[in-house]
Structure formats: C-alpha cells, structure tokens
Design a binder for this molecule. Structure first.
Ligand SMILES: CC(=O)SCCNC(=O)CCNC(=O)[C@H](O)C(C)(C)COP(=O)(O)OP(=O)(O)OC[C@H]1O[C@@H](n2cnc3c(N)ncnc32)[C@H](O)[C@@H]1OP(=O)(O)O
Ligand SMILES: CCCC(=O)O
Length: 442
C-alpha cells in the first residue's frame, strides 16, 4: 500500500481511536511536553464505559482530564515515573502513584517488566518515508511501542522534527490509528532567573569545570540556573550529553560555549532523550543537526555516558545527611518527584575520565509556615527516599562551598558537610554528630 493511502486509512477521530482501550488495560500516555491533549479528552469522554484502566507517564505539564474528572478513582489510576508539581499534588490527594525507576533502565522495563496494552502519544507530522518523529520526547517510546497491541499517534504540527540518534521515530507500519491535531503548541516549563544563592553555588561548580568538558544538567530550578551561569562564563568547547534538554543549553550555544568537538561520542552534537522548556528551546530543536535524539538507555546508561571524557553532572537535591546519603525525590514519605536519571549521571560522571558529579542544593529550605530548616541533616528525615547512596556521591555544593566526599571517612564527611551547612545550624549539627559518634575532636 502506498504510504499516503495507509495514512488516510489509519486517520480517525480521537474518540474513534481511544475505543481501542479496554477496561483493565495499561496505557502509556504522556511524558513532559509530549502531552496528547485530544486523546486525553477523548479518554475522559469514555469514562463511564471503562473501569480499572491504568494510565502511565511522567513529568506531566498539563492537567489530566480523566483523573480530574474521576475523583473516586473508579475508572482510571495515574502511575507516574517522575512527578512534577501537578502530579505530586495528585499523589498527596491519593490520585497518583509513583513507579520507582532508574531512568536508564526504563526501555528495558518496557520490554521485560511492564505491561503495555495501548500507547497513546504525540508526534510530529509524518515524513515522506512514513516516519513520525517523536520530537521532544524520545525516552522509552520505541520500547513501549514494541510491546503494545495498539499504537495511537496524535499529530501536532508544532512538534519539532529532530535529528537522531536512533529510536526517535515510529514508522506508520507500526501505528494503528492517526489522530490529526493541527497546530496544538507545546506545554512550556518556564525557568526562573538564577537567585543569589544559585549564583554562589554556580561559582563553586564553575571553578571545577575545564574547557572541553561535557555537561549534563538535571531537572529543577538549580541546574537550569547553573546552565545560564555557564553560558555567562568564558568556558570553551563544551559538549552536551544529557537526559533532559533545557533552555540553559540553548543559552550556552547562543553564547558560543558549546562546540561538542571534544566529545568522544556524538562529536559536535548534543545528545538528549527528552526536552522541556520554553518555545525558544522547541524552536532551537527543529531540524537542528547539532541535536541528537536518543532513547534514554543510551543517554543515561553509565556504561555509555562514562565513555565521554570530562563528563560533568549537575543535579539538585532535597536534603543530604551527614553520611552523604542524598534524597532528591521526597519530603519524608511524601513523594516530590522521582529518582529520574540522577543516579545514572552521578555514576556516569564519576566513571568518566576527568569527570565530576555535583549535587547542588541551597543550605536551607523554608517551609510554608516560614520556618527555616537545614537541608544538611544529621540523619535523613524519617521516610525520605535515598536517591544516591553515600558511596556514590562525589561533590556536594551549597552557597557556602563545595566538598568532595569520595574516599572520606565518616568523621571527615560530617566535618566536610557541616562546613558547607548554613552557619545558623552548624552548632546543632556538631552536637548531633557527636551523639552519632562521627565527630572527631581535632
Ligand atoms: C534530568 C537529567 O538530565 S538526569 C537527573 C535529574 N533528576 C533528578 O535529579 C531527580 C531528582 N531531582 C528532582 O526531582 C529535582 O531536582 C528536585 C526535586 C530535587 C528539585 O527540583 P525543583 O523543581 O527545583 O524543586 P523545588 O525547590 O521547586 O521544590 C519542589 C517541591 O519540593 C518541596 N521541597 C523542596 N525541598 C524540600 C525540603 N527540604 N523539605 C520539604 N519539602 C521540600 C518544595 O516545597 C516544592 O513543593 P511545592 O511544589 O509543593 O511547593
Ligand atoms: C525522569 C525525568 C527527570 C529526571 O531524570 O529527573
């Protein structure tokens, strides 16, 4: 069959396409900026016919209509591989559940561990050869498609067509239904301007980065702010190998910091697996040969990323204890986000020749009642999830300085971490360290 005949045959309305979903199914639905809004609304309209449907996705940037309109959870359950602000509020109300991941492993989970009946995703318009480009989200979609009995694509004329890599497209022969969405825009994830604390942290990190380094920036305000600061530095010939492409990287390119010419892999190109940011980022990605889209088991697996020399990983955290264990995903037992690719890059950067991993966090956190807490704790808050074990953590940075925990004894860790805690909390931390028998009088 000619490709355009096949296209026309598979083209249906959103309501027609989602009839493929049956009660009890698992549906791979949305990730980040690739939110298939028409399909979401159509699934919601089918609510009364469906029971016990498990929807799966992550980093959701827009409300999920089928969850919003099912407050008793009779029809749909939301399962997230990484929660953003919207999902963590759903989780606190009991409407969403977290799937613990090491993000590098997600394609394998899809192939070997997770049930996937239907894939419903957003794509760019088909090309002349019959391929739909995944655009801003490559992640694990190719793997999920391999396992699903039904694949539905919602075509968004505004989805950038990106260069790969591999597994950044799906061929029409693998697609069951096509829903034309026209120009739908993409959800944006705005980034804040760097705060004074961000700037101080950035100064500590910047003094560790050399010309020719390859940068990964994690999710959240701090890494993005650091990206902007790197753009304002005088570093040269930087490379980019990251899971998440954010506006900070565009700033670096525009400032002439990035050539990628020192990379051992994907020389001259910026490897990424999903992108979320402003329209400036999405415009930058469109048909840009400097961008290389890959599945997340390529960008994130430490076996691959560590082949790149001078890999610099910059991630953020919620709290750290005096042993050096890092929590980046919960406040006590309450989920904030997820492990994501943090551990992947902490390991990848440390194992790269000349590589360094940085966990960057402000020294304090102010709660909603205005009370200030140290993020450096003698012991982890009860219920907090350990994202990076103490043996894996290398540099820890606050606005008060940086310490490299690798190879340090328990008393050295306590001393080092207390030295970068907020001065108002240092005495109390020393007292607690003494009780824990990790304070050594020198
Ligand atoms: C993407 C890559 O390339 S790979 C690796 C990157 N992935 C990761 O690092 C995964 C884990 N990390 C993360 O999810 C993020 O970096 C975070 C959560 C640590 C920081 O993200 P940000 O968006 O900057 O966090 P932010 O400071 O806005 O806080 C998020 C929420 O946590 C709450 N919070 C933050 N710190 C604390 C704390 N110490 N105690 C209690 N709550 C806290 C905030 O109040 C906020 O809640 P709200 O939205 O209800 O107000
Ligand atoms: C999984 C999405 C983002 C992250 O790695 O934290």
């Amino acid at each position: 069959m000619k490709i355009m005949d096949e296209y026309r045959k598979k083209c249906v309305s959103a309501d027609e396409a989602v009839k493929a979903i049956k009660s009890g199914d698992w549906v791979e639905f949305a990730w980040g900026a690739s939110f298939p809004g028409l399909l979401g609304e159509a699934i919601d309209r089918r609510k009364e016919e469906l029971h016990d449907v498990n929807m799966r996705g992550g980093v959701i940037l827009k409300p999920l209509p089928f969850i919003e309109n099912d407050p008793a959870g009779e029809h749909f359950t939301w399962n997230s591989m990484h929660m953003g602000g919207y999902e963590r509020k759903l989780a606190q109300k009991g409407f969403a559940y977290y799937i613990p991941i090491k993000y590098s492993e997600v394609p394998r989970y899809m192939r070997e561990n997770c049930r996937t009946d239907v894939v419903a995703i957003q794509v760019a318009p088909m090309d002349a050869y019959g391929y739909f480009n995944f655009g801003v989200t490559i992640s694990h979609y190719a793997a999920a498609i391999e396992k699903a009995h039904t694949v539905i694509v919602e075509v968004n004329e505004d989805m950038p067509k990106v260069h790969g890599g591999y597994e950044h497209t799906v061929h029409i022969s693998k697609v069951d239904y096509i829903v034309e969405g026209g120009h739908r825009g993409l959800p944006v994830l705005p980034s804040a301007a760097p705060s004074e604390i961000d700037k101080k942290i950035a100064d500590h990190v910047l003094s560790e980065i050399r010309d020719g380094s390859c940068i990964q920036l994690g999710i959240g305000g701090m890494p993005n702010a650091l990206g902007k600061m790197i753009a304002e530095s005088d570093l040269k010939d930087l490379g980019v190998h990251t899971e998440m492409l954010v506006d900070g990287f565009v700033d670096m390119v525009e400032a002439g910091r990035v050539t990628g010419m020192c990379k051992n892999l994907d020389r001259g190109r910026m490897a990424y697996s999903f992108a979320a940011g402003t329209q400036k980022l999405y415009d930058f990605m469109q048909d840009n040969p400097a961008v290389a889209a890959y599945p997340v088991d390529y960008t994130n697996h430490p076996f691959i990323s560590s082949k790149i020399d001078q890999l610099i990983s910059i991630n953020s955290a919620v709290e750290i204890d005096l042993a050096g264990q890092v929590c980046s995903e919960s406040a006590g037992p309450n989920i904030i986000s997820g492990s994501g690719g943090q551990l992947d890059f902490v390991e990848g950067a440390y194992n790269s020749k000349g590589g360094k991993s940085f966990i960057c966090l402000p020294s304090t956190f102010t709660d909603k009642a205005g009370k200030v807490h140290s993020r450096i704790k003698a012991m982890m808050t009860l219920g907090s999830v350990i994202t990076d074990t103490r043996a894996g953590v290398q540099f820890v940075v606050t606005e008060y300085g940086k310490v490299n925990l690798k190879g340090m004894s328990s008393w050295q860790r306590a001393e080092a971490l207390i030295s970068i805690a907020h001065p108002d909390f240092q005495e109390a931390l020393i007292a607690e360290a003494k009780e824990l028998k990790i304070w050594r009088r020198k």
